[in-house]
Design a protein around this ligand. Structure first.
Ligand SMILES: [Zn+2]
Ligand SMILES: [Zn+2]
Length: 337
């Protein structure tokens, strides 16, 4: 079972686990017809006569004809049966305790996160909400991370079946913790949420796209070329409480921006990360947002060894190019232009 190791110099932690390639390649275990290769689904959304039904695999009976399916990972990063192995300084370690769910966003292995339609994205987001609510009622869950990786057509890399990982932790992950701390500091200093400040301010230069309730923009100081953020226009701290109408609007935004990114940069590889508040009473809240990190070049020693990012595309340029591509994508989706 996996173990969390704490670095003795920096206190950063990392996880050792067995690795997982079950969602890779043409015969992905996540594809429709291969359900027996995964754990039973805890929730399968089936659309019948236009109505969304919530079902699950029970006693070996597999739900067929699903649109979206979620199950416990067979090779998890964290596990509820993580054991009881603790290591002392300087070899500090603890069991990697938590839930690792795989949310398959399409039965079709030929699709990608940038090509499934927005309705399919909306079904996926409904299940993210559902599992967030459930996980935050479970013991030992301080934070739930939601992320996806898309591998472009680089040589020697297998295609990844479109899916999201939903992983719980007993602590707030370091990057989210840092962000929450800096949100708190800014809020105290200026009396306003930094994301609201960016959205309401005159940040048109880095704006990528907007829909009714959401905005996509390149951050002022991006880590990666063409990195962008998606955030609700109005201050919102709970992803789980988002309405169905907002979900549909967010699905449109995600599909338009990922499609725009994929058509701008051929064979792009990217990660997509949900930075959400921990949906528990008395926990710190933040204006939730989604960050997309395209990987267009190798990191240098500067990034790896010093944590200083060299970016050969300014966010202003990136926003201009991404904006044009995403607007075109959105127009095609909603049938204008
Ligand atoms: Zn805000
Ligand atoms: Zn963030």
């Amino acid at each position: 079972m996996g173990s969390i190791r704490v670095d003795y110099a920096s206190e950063r932690f990392m996880i050792i686990y067995e690795g997982d390639d079950s969602g890779m390649g043409a015969n992905s275990a996540y594809a429709s017809g291969n359900e027996k290769k995964t754990n039973p689904s805890m929730l399968s959304l089936v659309i019948k006569d236009g109505i969304l039904r919530r079902q699950q695999d029970i006693d070996g009976q597999i739900v067929k004809g699903w649109a979206v399916r979620v199950f416990e990972s067979k090779n998890p990063v964290v596990s509820v049966s993580a054991g009881n192995d603790y290591g002392k300084e300087p070899f500090e370690s603890q069991p990697a305790y938590g839930h690792h769910l795989v949310l398959v966003a399409s039965p079709d292995p030929a699709k990608t996160l940038a090509t499934i339609d927005s309705e399919q994205w909306s079904n996926t987001l409904v299940v993210v909400q559902d599992r967030l609510r459930w996980l935050y009622t479970q013991k030992g869950v301080a934070y739930v991370a939601v992320y996806a990786d898309h591998v472009g057509g680089l040589r020697g890399r297998s295609k990844v079946h479109p899916h999201l990982n939903i992983v719980s932790f007993k602590v707030i992950p370091p990057t989210v913790n840092d962000e929450m701390e800096s949100y708190k500091r800014t809020q105290e200093k200026r009396g306003t949420c930094p994301t609201c400040h960016i959205i309401e301010g005159d940040d048109q230069l880095r704006r990528v796209l907007q829909t009714e309730s959401f905005v996509a923009y390149c951050p002022w100081s991006p880590t990666y070329p063409f990195e962008f953020c998606i955030a609700p226009k109005r201050h919102a701290v709970s992803f789980a409480k988002m309405s169905q109408k907002e979900i549909e609007d967010l699905a449109l935004m995600i599909r338009a921006t990922l499609g725009g990114l994929a058509s701008l940069i051929k064979n792009v590889t990217f990660s997509m990360v949900f930075h959400l508040s921990a949906e528990r009473k008395s926990s710190r809240l933040m204006h939730w947002h989604i960050e997309v990190y395209p990987v267009t070049k190798q990191w240098s020693g500067m990034e790896r060894g010093y944590g200083i990012h060299l970016n050969d595309v300014s966010p202003e340029d990136a926003a201009k190019k991404l904006g044009a591509s995403c607007r075109k994508e959105l127009a095609n989706m909603v049938g204008i232009g």
